[in-house]
Write a protein that binds this ligand. Structure first.
Ligand code: HAM
Length: 423
């Protein structure tokens, strides 16, 4: 048997309604915030992510699916969407349009991570990016978009925010980190030993347990913010307070991608309960932040940006875990059970006409006996059934049965649409 690659998922019809509900709600939330949809390629040149996401990040150093195409160019399956959106904004001249520019996307992402509950090698994101506004108001709006989406999905989560500073305050913080981590250089993992000089902030989100333990007491970025970044954070907090959005400032939120500046945030929610320990597993379901230097880094004009991405797989898990009723597959409005060949053709025509009008209707195409047709109709959850044979075709009338109440009534087949949609 050929099986799917590790860390990938099949989303089956029984689970699709939850995905569709999340997609519909996300699309509608993007609509009410004035975002337009953008779609971009599944693979991009590797350089885009090396420059955009940062070549000292775990994502670029360890997790990318990179390959040479037949012309020897280095390509990478997108590990995230922001760099792709920025590339597209520059390439398509959107940076010259009226600002703010607000874009959303659904995308699959590929990261070679160790698979676990809620962590996959192919996963899905709903993402939003806002360009051309540098104000705390834009931060508050983006955070409120994520908050609105989660509320509309009935997912309870905790919001953590932080500021990771800007070009002006980073150098001092960098020095403080280097002198702190230097004391523990021997114990750091090999990747972090290298990061000590190239990008010490990345040590803060290293997944190695020893690096994590050392990083726990590292200097906090919030103690090194310049006056501009500090007041930006305060103003953003005040706007969130004004909207009644609860949050906690957590200096430990540094994010794993290099492009962030100033505000960063994560929404964390319970997604699962460990069957052995009964412990509740909590994961970041939605995360993002400001990236004021990224457009320039990728070769565009100076254009500030801020956005987030919600992990769809994790939203599905969080929605199921929340206990809120998740939508089920749709049941047919009517199941038509034909008896004999002539009736079978008539049933096809009846459901064809209903489907033209947007009604979900079914009839037998397997060749079942009447008894097993009725059993099957019941299994599908069909609201009504109609049995038709030669007599029904000749008279143009049949018995319509309500499968829930078992009530029966005679109807004209020509009126089937009106009868089943009127009730
Ligand atoms: P990220 O934190 O790497 O940020 O991913 C965003 C979300 O994608 C995570 O919070 C999580 O819900 C989901 N996610 C990440 N990795 C996995 C995985 N291996 N399996 C399942 N779900 C996962 C970004 O990707 C940024 N581009 C977000 C952003 C947009 N920042 C600004 N704009």
């Amino acid at each position: 048997m050929i099986i799917k690659p590790r860390g990938t998922s099949d989303i089956l019809p029984k689970d699709s309604p939850v995905w569709q509900k999340i997609e519909e709600t996300a699309r509608d939330t993007a609509r009410i915030y004035g975002y337009g949809e953008i779609r971009f390629p599944t693979f991009e040149s590797t350089e885009l992510f090396a420059r955009g996401v940062g070549d000292t990040t775990d994502v670029v150093q360890k997790e990318m699916y990179t390959f040479s195409d037949k012309d020897g160019r280095s390509m990478t399956l997108r590990p995230e969407g922001t760099a792709c959106v920025v590339r597209s904004v520059i390439e398509n001249g959107l940076a010259g349009e009226a600002m703010p520019l607000k874009l959303y996307y659904f995308t699959s992402c590929f990261r070679y991570e160790k698979p676990a509950a809620g962590r996959y090698r192919e996963f899905y994101q709903f993402g939003t990016e806002l360009f051309g506004a540098e104000t705390p108001a834009s931060d508050a709006q983006v955070i409120s978009l994520a908050d609105t989406l989660l509320n509309r999905l009935g997912i309870r989560s905790d919001l953590k925010i932080n500021s990771i500073g800007c070009k002006a305050c980073r150098p001092k913080y960098r020095e403080a980190l280097i002198s702190y981590f230097k004391q523990y250089e021997d114990r750091l993992c090999d990747t972090c030993k290298g990061r000590l000089q190239t990008n010490p902030m990345r040590i803060l989100d290293c997944k190695s347990p020893i690096c994590k333990e050392i990083a726990a007491n590292a200097p906090k970025v919030t103690d090194y913010l310049c006056p501009d970044c500090a007041s930006h954070l305060e103003a953003t907090k005040a706007l969130l307070d004004g909207m009644g959005i609860k949050y906690e400032v957590d200096p430990g939120i540094v994010r794993g991608l290099d492009y962030y500046t100033k505000t960063v945030f994560e929404f964390i929610a319970p997604i699962d309960r460990d069957s052995k320990t009964d412990e509740i597993k909590r994961l970041t379901i939605c995360a993002g932040g400001r990236y004021d230097g990224l457009v320039e880094e990728i070769g565009g004009p100076r254009l500030p940006g801020i956005g987030f991405a919600a992990g769809m797989d994790r939203l599905v898990a969080a929605m199921k875990f929340s206990g809120r009723e998740v939508p089920a597959s749709e049941a047919p409005a009517v199941y038509i059970a034909p008896l004999g060949q002539r009736a079978s053709a008539a049933a096809q025509k009846l459901i064809y006409d209903l489907r033209q009008k947007g009604v979900y209707a079914e009839c037998d195409i397997v060749g079942r006996s009447l008894k097993s047709q009725m059993k099957y109709a019941d299994k599908t959850g069909a609201e009504y059934t109609v049995i038709i044979g030669d007599n029904e075709i000749d008279t143009g009338s049949a018995i319509l049965k309500n499968m829930k109440t078992s009530e029966q009534c005679e109807i004209k087949l020509d009126n089937l649409y009106e009868v089943i949609t009127k009730r």
